[in-house]
Design a protein around this ligand. Structure first.
Ligand SMILES: [Zn+2]
Length: 335
């Protein structure tokens, strides 16, 4: 069952109606293997068996049932999840898929809990007990946090892969203009204090192509800034920055033409027409999207920025969920 029409809640509910339907769907999008070749008799095993162990309810395995193969030392069975994106955790595939969808749709934790909480029998395919317990197992916010992090890793991997394919992530070039600005993300530690927690992020946007780069700056000094710009912006570009002195050396090097805007005086330089409104608008979009309580952990902040870039990169897609599944499948090599 390939994704043909854009996914929505109605279609998703058909996919997650039971675990086997969900498996078929995930095999269709190459996120799970369709079969396994017995290491002893080399028969291709396509049908799945359910093994229930107390630690892992409902583990699906491909298993060659020939006695001689089971008794041999060769690998005669394989877990469905082995080597896949789902190998690291033991949530049901249905719940995982719902949470992946919640992530793509940017649901907050509270909404993701509501959408992914299933009753015991819904989650375990336990049709015998269906009449009995109807206790709904609430998804914990830790589970959602873990899964959202897994999902962000898919986004960051895809965006890094994409920029490598395009010969590095540099934007701009001769005849093009890149607006550059730095911004502090995070909150003031005290309402009036000078101590600010958070990260400096340097970003640039190419006016002609709309491409952006974002990078966390180790510190806000001239050397860090210059390194970041040289890594991300093609030489011969015209760069527009604010008047901060940290950018001065870059203009003098002759590698870039530099225009600046003095934000304390005007938003658009009256002589050159220089402005950095595009990049400032991008800051505003990012700040609006990041959770206000985002972790002070630099790694998780990095992931969130890359998630933003992934969403921006794919904004023209009419089925972001299909893009996400494709990226997740390619992360592990397509089955
Ligand atoms: Zn066999």
């Amino acid at each position: 069952m390939a994704v043909s029409k854009p996914m929505n809640w109605r279609r998703l509910s058909r996919v997650v109606v039971d675990e086997m339907t969900c498996i078929t769907f995930l095999q269709g999008v190459c996120m799970l293997r369709q079969n396994f070749k017995c290491g002893h008799c080399h028969r291709v095993i396509g049908e799945l068996r359910v093994i229930t162990r107390p630690s892992r309810p409902n583990e699906y395995v491909f298993q060659c049932t020939r006695r001689i193969c089971v008794d041999s030392r060769r690998k005669s069975s394989m877990s469905l999840r082995e080597g896949s994106w789902f190998a690291g955790h033991h949530l049901s595939l249905r719940k995982t898929l719902v949470l992946m969808y919640c992530f793509v749709r940017k649901l907050c934790y509270d909404d993701a809990i509501i959408e992914s909480s299933m009753s015991d029998e819904e989650d375990n395919d336990d049709t015998e007990g269906a009449a009995a317990a109807t206790r709904v197992v609430k998804t914990s916010s830790e589970t959602i946090s873990d899964l959202y992090t897994y999902c962000r890793e898919v986004c960051s991997d895809a965006i890094v892969h994409h920029s490598r394919q395009n010969g590095g992530s540099k934007i701009g070039g001769q005849g093009m203009t890149v607006e550059i600005d730095e911004s502090k993300f995070g909150r003031r530690k005290y309402n009036r204090g000078r101590v600010v927690e958070g990260h400096w992020v340097v970003g640039g946007i190419c006016r002609e192509t709309g491409e952006i780069f974002l990078e966390i700056a180790e510190s806000r000094d001239a050397i860090s800034l210059e390194d970041i710009i040289r890594r991300n912006v093609e030489t011969q570009s015209t760069i527009i920055t604010d008047c901060w002195r940290g950018y001065d050396q870059l203009g003098r090097s002759g590698d870039y033409e530099r225009l600046s805007v003095n934000h304390s005086q005007n938003f658009v330089d009256p002589l050159t027409g220089a402005h950095t409104q595009n990049i400032e608008n991008t800051w505003w979009q990012i700040k609006r999207q990041l959770p206000s309580t985002h972790s002070r952990n630099a790694n998780s902040f990095d992931l969130q920025l890359l998630e933003f870039m992934w969403r921006r990169h794919n904004k023209a897609s009419d089925d972001l969920f299909a893009v996400f599944l494709k990226d997740a499948a390619s992360l592990y090599g397509t089955f």
